[in-house]
Design a protein around this ligand. Structure first.
Ligand SMILES: [Zn+2]
Length: 119
């Protein structure tokens, strides 16, 4: 039980909205694909990623503007199935947290060591 909690803490908030992630497991349809994170759902440990895990949804007609019908929308994907893509080395990577001299906490790439956050 204690082990499980430790694991959850380690995962906490490594991925933010606007990050580019790559699908590393799950359906072959999406594996290897990349997309930008549109929304983080921390309670569910899931992310909504642009263009990934698309499902058809039925759309109700809204006023005169929108036609009813089927539209494609990204469904939430579990964050263990994706990895953050480092903007410097362009590879899916693990994240190492680092503190700057001014006390700010930043994410660094475990592969190339570069800071992944916009400063
Ligand atoms: Zn890197």
């Amino acid at each position: 039980m204690a082990q499980k909690n430790k694991e959850q803490t380690r995962w906490k908030m490594n991925i933010k909205r606007g990050d580019v992630v790559q699908v590393i497991s799950g359906s072959a349809l999406w594996r290897g694909k990349r997309g930008r994170v549109l929304q983080v759902l921390p309670k569910e440990n899931r992310l909504i990623v642009e263009g990934i895990n698309l499902v058809w949804k039925h759309q109700r007609p809204m006023g005169r503007v929108m036609q009813g019908g089927r539209i494609q929308k990204p469904a939430p994907i579990h964050r263990s199935k994706v990895m953050l893509v480092c903007p410097h080395c362009d590879k899916p990577t693990r994240v190492k947290m680092r503190f700057l001299e001014d006390g700010r906490k930043v994410r660094t790439c475990k592969r190339c060591g570069e800071i992944m956050d916009a400063l």
